[in-house]
Design a protein around this ligand. Structure first.
Ligand code: ATP
Length: 207
């Protein structure tokens, strides 16, 4: 038997590409957005099972006595230690995965949902979506925008960029690309993708 399903769409792009900005436009169109990075931070503060897992892997000192995360301490531990980072990811990713499933249940009556994640491919969550959008902006423009947005410097931004999957690869693996290069209208591109996704969602079923 075929069942009508909500189409799940992932949206990604490198640091400063404009993912969140694009998602705000989709939200204006009535599409619910799951912000995976923000949600991961929230879960690290609020999910008892995840908190226990982090404490037993990295020690009680990863949380303050009031149970808020000692973020600088944990960041220091994992920043230059790939093994530790892998352990942290193996705790956080399943928690976000489960949380995303619960969130999708709540939004089962919309044509499609969006999941925004900087590391959609790297985390494996691309496997949980049906379509993928990459937001692309040239590197220099991304650096310029992040410098204006965050209290950071160019070297720190480039260090983060170097740890992310190259944009060309993301584009190759995506169904849609939205160019946020200051040349092409963001709103028109979003409307075009929205229209296509609405029509694709009409016939989206699972057997
Ligand atoms: P991150 O992965 O770092 O969270 P992001 O991909 O979500 O970044 P945004 O936060 O949406 O990127 O955009 C980065 C900055 O650039 C923001 O301050 C945003 O307001 C600005 N910005 C994004 N798109 C545009 C645009 N088309 N014109 C001007 N500013 C923009």
């Amino acid at each position: 038997m075929c069942m009508k399903m909500t189409l799940k769409v992932g949206i990604t792009g490198g640091i400063g590409s404009g993912k969140s900005t694009v998602c705000r436009i989709f939200e204006v169109l009535g599409i619910p957005v799951y912000y995976a990075d923000e949600r991961a931070k929230w879960l690290m503060h609020n999910d008892p099972k995840l908190i226990e897992g982090i404490k037993s892997a990295f020690g009680e000192a990863t949380y303050h006595p009031d149970n808020t995360l000692n973020r600088p301490y944990l960041a220091d531990l994992v920043f230059n230690d790939k093994e530790k980072l892998k352990i942290l990811n193996s705790l956080v990713h399943p928690a976000v995965f489960q949380d995303g499933l619960d969130w999708n249940e709540v939004h089962g009556d919309t044509a499609y949902t969006l999941k925004e994640a900087a590391i959609l491919f790297e985390s494996g969550s691309y496997l949980t979506v049906d379509k993928i959008i990459t937001v692309f902006a040239p590197k220099e423009l991304r650096i310029e925008r992040v410098l204006q947005r965050d209290n950071t410097d160019k070297a720190a931004i480039e260090a983060r960029m170097s740890k992310q999957m190259p944009e060309e690869e993301k584009i190759e693996r995506s169904d849609f690309v939205i160019y946020n290069d200051g040349e092409q209208s963001l709103i028109e591109q979003v409307l075009e993708v929205h229209k296509t996704l609405l029509s694709q969602s009409e016939n989206f079923t699972s057997s």
